[in-house]
Ligand binder design. Structure first.
Ligand code: HEM
Length: 193
């Protein structure tokens, strides 16, 4: 909750103090995109943290952080649609088709949208655990696409997207069963003892 609200509060405060720099629209677009990608990575740390520590409560972070990531992605795309494209749908479609970084960003967003729509409890029950799990594994595809979106849009200094890429790689490696096998034997500490 805090991780999701704090970046928005900071942005609103900066907006009210007229402190968003020379190009406030660009600052809003960049900050919301940057927050979305890190919240997405945050949601992906939940399972490895549970595996490595045996604390089941970490799993409870996955859904809220994922939904917050989606919320920031919506704000981010909202900035793009309104500020960059003035809601000119032909231009937007052209961008999605012709600019690879927009194409992968759009694909990442579609996956996040599907994951958000299938996150309420009643949808999970309707889909069944196995199907739901299969669908929700695509969060890793969304994160990889978001990484390429970030990497391809940066023109000079790739430090920030590379940091995202390295974090994502570590998180993917930690999902490999045999790598975390020694930790899996540790007892899981339930969230509600
Ligand atoms: C339809 C989908 C999307 C569109 C049209 C879009 C568009 C954009 C645009 C126009 C920029 C600024 C590019 C520049 O100034 O050169 C940007 C930056 C960025 N976007 Fe997206 N984006 C989309 C989806 C996403 C998603 C799903 C994520 C993350 C989950 C994301 C994360 C980022 C990041 C991290 C940046 C760079 C921010 C920075 O420089 O600090 N975007 N995006």
């Amino acid at each position: 909750m805090v991780a999701g609200i704090v970046p928005a509060v900071i942005l609103v405060l900066r907006l009210l103090r007229d402190d968003l720099g020379a190009n406030p629209a660009e600052t809003l677009e960049h900050s919301t995109g940057f927050t979305a990608i890190w919240l997405l990575l945050g949601s992906l740390t939940a399972t490895p943290l549970r595996t490595l520590t045996g604390v089941a409560a970490f799993t409870q972070l996955r859904k809220p952080l994922g939904l917050w990531a989606f919320a920031y992605a919506v704000m981010h795309i909202g900035c793009y649609l309104v500020f960059d494209q003035s809601l000119l749908w032909g231009e937007i479609l052209g961008d999605i088709i012709k600019r690879p970084y927009i194409t992968v960003g759009f694909a990442a967003f579609l996956i996040l949208l599907i994951l958000a729509l299938t996150s309420p409890g009643w949808v999970v029950r309707k889909l069944g655990g196995r199907r739901w799990k299969l669908i929700h594994r695509s969060v890793y595809v969304a994160a990889v696409l978001a990484f390429f979106h970030f990497l391809w849009l940066v023109k000079l200094d790739t430090t920030r997207p590379m940091l995202v890429g390295i974090t994502l790689l570590v998180l993917l490696v930690l999902r490999v069963r045999w790598i975390t096998a020694p930790f899996r034997s540790a007892p899981v500490i339930p969230s509600n003892p």
